[in-house]
Design a protein around this ligand. Structure first.
Ligand code: ATP
Ligand code: MG
Length: 439
């Protein structure tokens, strides 16, 4: 039989060394979100296809070209989530959370699925850390979400990222803007790609987001939305900028940002890295005041962002950001013989119950091979247990780094000693971490 050794195109395995980095990123992200009052939420990998048509928008690249949509055995059309906002909004509506205390602030780490041409930083299965804040109309909410992303990048040690912000107004200002855009693009419609010629009537703003180089070039000279903002939207945008300035969060205004999803209104923003080449946007987000109504709910001004975690990890590796050391084996118990193996197994179980990271032989190796293995896995301490040790209840505890040996009794006092050493080591690691953050 042939070995099945190839994962589907555009997917990635996270082998243990890499998964360890992911844990660090995810834990840091969710912890910072919690500091901002965002609580983790999890939603299904697939949703009714209609949800994404209604929220992401019919004329977007995501809906037109990228969704993994299929008919299930019950003849329903379902879609693997291409992003996290739609599911979160659906869940908040369905659960009635929006009728309780506002705002509802949620965070998530999810896998997303888009049928794209795989390349560095662009996958078919990728992951996002995202936050959504439902029921917050004030400009401080926009600035707070931006501040959250900014804080996370800073805490992870990411440098070389620039924040760009823009306002794409509300339906009122956009009506006038659409007219101006339509007039501009109609003059050059023969040069646009086929998809964008269709978009000209239905949603001319989407042309500004087209990845085709020629559409992009034509779009660069198009009228900008900032010139069409109504008084309320202009005021909101000024207030967001004032908050960012007050908190010393550097940004640049880029009037060309429109974002690739239809639900955005007013503030939109992107964090762009200098280390990613063509796929430079590591985080994108903005306000979506009309989305909840679009899904059949009440008027609920809301906003959020999503950060691409594969791209984030690429930046962290490129910038040499540090990650905590992988969890070490604190103690390796090396048995000689069947009786010792049973005893080591029992001691290991009891030590682990007290939070000590312990391993013992599960292969049936001789002592020499076990010592080699203990060295390879970086065990901090080793205790060899043979018939003699079992009989005298006395053994040697070897400190692998120092190369020293001390006597240890194989009785209750051993547990006290080892629990204490483990605790000391963890406290030491924690104070190292605090020191490195403070520096
Ligand atoms: P792009 O313009 O690069 O296609 P997008 O506007 O489609 O990005 P969003 O829908 O805003 O992206 O998703 C938020 C973030 O998720 C992006 O900024 C990016 O970091 C990440 N992301 C989006 N698509 C992919 C993908 N196919 N592979 C890896 N990461 C992705
Ligand atoms: Mg895209």
């Amino acid at each position: 039989m042939d070995l099945i050794t190839k994962a589907p195109r555009g997917t990635q395995d996270m082998l243990p060394e890499v998964a360890h980095k992911w844990q660090h990123i995810e834990q840091t992200a969710l912890a910072i979100a919690a500091d901002f009052g965002y609580r983790e939420m999890r939603t299904p990998v697939f949703e009714h296809t209609e949800l994404f048509h209604r929220s992401v928008g019919e004329t977007t690249d995501v809906v037109q070209k990228e969704m993994y949509t299929f008919t299930d055995r019950g003849d329903r059309s379902v879609t693997l989530r291409p992003e996290g906002t739609a599911g979160a909004a659906r869940a908040v509506l369905e659960s009635g959370l929006y009728a309780g205390t506002l705002p509802v602030k949620v965070s998530y780490v999810t896998s997303c699925y888009r049928y794209e041409k795989p390349q560095a930083g662009r996958l078919r299965e990728f992951h996002q850390f995202g936050v959504e804040c439902f029921g917050a109309a004030a400009p401080t909410a926009d600035a707070e979400a931006i501040s959250l992303a900014h804080t996370l990048l800073a805490q992870l040690g990411v440098t070389g990222v620039t924040l760009y912000i823009n306002s794409i107004g509300c339906p009122t200002c956009r009506a006038k803007y659409h007219e101006a855009l339509k007039a501009y693009f109609t003059d050059r419609q023969d040069e646009l790609c086929g998809t964008c010629r269709d978009r000209l009537e239905r949603n001319p703003m989407r042309i500004l987001d087209c990845k085709s180089p020629i559409c992009h070039e034509i779009g660069a000279a198009a009228p900008v939305i900032l010139d069409f903002l109504c008084d309320e939207c202009a005021e909101h945008f000024e207030a967001v900028k004032a908050c960012l300035n007050a908190a010393d969060i550097p940004f640049e205004v880029d009037p060309h940002i429109v974002r690739g999803l239809d639900y955005y209104t007013r503030t939109v923003f992107e964090f762009v890295s200098d280390a990613l080449g063509a796929q430079a946007v590591v985080c994108g987000g903005g306000r979506y005041d009309g989305l909840i109504e679009e899904l059949g709910g009440p008027h609920l001004p809301s906003l959020g962002f999503a950060m691409g975690l594969e791209r984030l990890l690429m930046i962290m590796d490129a910038k040499g950001c540090s990650f905590p050391a992988p969890p070490a084996c604190e103690l390796y118990l090396a048995p000689m013989g069947a009786a010792a193996a049973r005893e080591c197994f029992a001691i290991a179980a009891k030590l682990r119950a007290g939070g000590v990271a312990v391993q013992t032989d599960v292969v049936g190796r001789g002592l020499k091979a076990q010592m080699k293995y203990a060295d390879k896995i970086g065990a901090k301490q080793v205790i060899v247990v043979g018939d003699n040790e079992l009989e005298t209840k006395q053994a040697k505890l070897k400190d692998m780094d120092a190369g020293t040996e001390t006597d240890i009794a194989l009785d209750d006092s051993m547990y006290t000693t080892l629990y204490q050493r483990s605790l000391d080591r963890q406290l030491g690691a924690m104070s190292d971490l605090f020191r490195s953050v403070a520096e």
